[in-house]
Design a protein around this ligand. Structure first.
Ligand code: PEP
Ligand code: CO
Length: 451
């Protein structure tokens, strides 16, 4: 095979790509994207990789999360701020609970394209192409909406650019200052057991900050008190977009996909000889691969060699999404294979995608209890195998949605799902459920350390 190049993937088998009627138009869109400024910078990408290397060694913990799919209609400063509030609250809970820095990675500023299990969808006898995310077509069920539109690639770039601008302002401009912890409260999490637990922690934090201030350490001289790094990520599904946003660094002559800091390859597109794996094998970004229990031992090792040939710490993350009932049968064998070969892998748990089901009335949902059950198994297994549980990957929002069943504030029952079901794709944890999961993770990590 020829040497790796930015477009070698075009000769390979590729799955889940939209077909466009007007290829000249697509070419024009690609060349426009190619001329735009990078969304993220190579130094930031390397910074994330070194933080992921810490997670690989157990010196940091990854919190990755956000919408299943961002949309054009839900773009607003409020939505971004509310997601960031949940991130900050969860990070605080986790930092306190596990005494490690939390690497914060949003499923944001580019998470718009969805792999689908069927090509078409039929409603009331009418069959149309399936919705593949706003980066491809539109959710409304009519022929025009479901047509693939290459201009959406440009719209995604511009919305991602604005989102990053807002994120950077919030993360560096005072909002994330630990002294502003009371500004991160979300109204609807008030008056709950979890909220009380959270406020006890905030009181402790305030005491620590006063103590540190008395010792001369405060936000005026210590940047980690007043600002955070928030990285971006998405499933790198549409290679026309990813290729167009890849840049060669003038410093080291290597290639970086500057559409996001962290990109992952989905469960449906991780074919070892296919286009996605080939494209990402030539890039410097840290890469994730979603892994279900269906992966063979051989494929896991071949993916490892291809995507992390130099065995760099922090370069490759396996995001396991096996399902609460499946994980105990499959994760141990994967961990043992990787251990035996001495490979450096970051292990993260996505307890969402293996636990999705459709209710009898046809609504996609997830049980908070199954999410916690998969997480418990993830931490137990790592503890038993002597490997490192490096992080979690969640679908969540700062809004008070009713998409996942369960939760301790107001139990969301199956019959409540219709109250505020807003996702354009998979069901997300609402902010209270997300905070509850963060406390759950803390408990699990405390139970499985130093025993
Ligand atoms: C997702 O993360 O939204 C997704 C589609 O995941 P997976 O590839 O694990 O199914
Ligand atoms: Co999803």
């Amino acid at each position: 095979m020829d040497e790796w190049s930015l477009n070698r993937w075009r000769k390979l088998n590729i799955l889940q790509q939209p077909e466009y009627k007007n290829l000249e138009h697509l070419k024009d869109v690609r060349s426009k994207l190619g001329g735009f400024p990078p969304l993220v910078f190579t130094g930031e990408i390397e910074n994330l990789k070194s933080q992921l290397a810490k997670a690989c060694r157990g010196e940091a913990f990854i919190l990755q999360g956000g919408d299943c799919a961002e949309t054009f209609k839900d773009f607003s400063v409020d939505n971004i701020r509310d997601l960031l509030k949940v991130f900050l609250q969860m990070s605080l809970v986790l930092t306190y609970g596990v005494s490690k820095p939390i690497v914060k990675i949003g499923r944001i500023a580019g998470q718009f394209a969805k792999p689908r299990s069927a090509m078409n969808e039929t409603i009331d006898g009418e069959t149309l192409p399936v919705y593949r995310g706003d980066q491809v077509n539109s959710l409304a069920f009519n022929k025009e909406a479901r047509e693939n539109n290459a201009d959406n690639l440009l719209k995604v770039y511009h919305q991602s650019s604005s989102t990053l601008n807002i994120l950077r302002a919030f993360c560096k401009g005072g909002f994330a200052d630990l002294n502003s912890v009371n500004n991160w409260n979300l109204d609807f999490t008030k008056n709950s057991k979890i909220n009380l637990k959270y406020h006890e922690l905030v009181e402790d934090l305030e005491k620590s900050l006063s103590f540190m201030k008395a010792c001369g350490i405060d936000s005026s001289n210590t940047s980690s008190i007043k600002e955070i790094d928030m990285f971006t990520s998405h499933e790198a599904l549409l290679l026309n977009y990813e290729e167009a946003l890849t840049r060669k660094s003038s410093e080291n002559q290597k290639y970086y996909d500057c559409s996001a800091h962290f990109l992952w390859i989905g469960e449906r597109t991780r074919g070892i000889d296919d286009a996605h794996v080939d494209f990402f094998s030539g890039l410097e970004n840290p890469i994730g691969v979603k892994v279900s229990g269906n992966i063979s031992d051989d494929d896991l090792l071949r993916l490892t060699d291809k995507l992390n040939p130099n065995n760099e710490e922090g370069k490759l993350t396996f995001i396991t999404r096996m399902g609460a009932d499946n994980i105990r049968d499959n994760l141990p064998r994967l961990l043992r294979n990787i251990q035996r070969e001495g490979k450096n892998i970051v292990w993260s748990s996505d307890p969402m995608h293996g636990n999705t089901f459709t209710t009898s009335s046809g609504v996609k949902s997830r049980m908070v209890d199954s999410i916690l059950k998969e997480l418990k198994a993830f931490f137990d297994i790592h503890h038993a195998e002597g490997t490192i549980a490096g992080g979690v990957h969640l679908e969540m929002t700062g809004k008070d949605v009713t998409e996942c069943i369960g939760g301790s504030k107001k139990y969301i029952a199956e019959s409540d799902l219709g109250i505020n079901y807003n996702t354009s794709c998979d069901p997300r944890l609402n902010s209270h459920q997300a905070l509850e999961v963060a406390f759950g993770i803390t408990d699990l990590m405390q139970q499985t350390t130093d025993k």
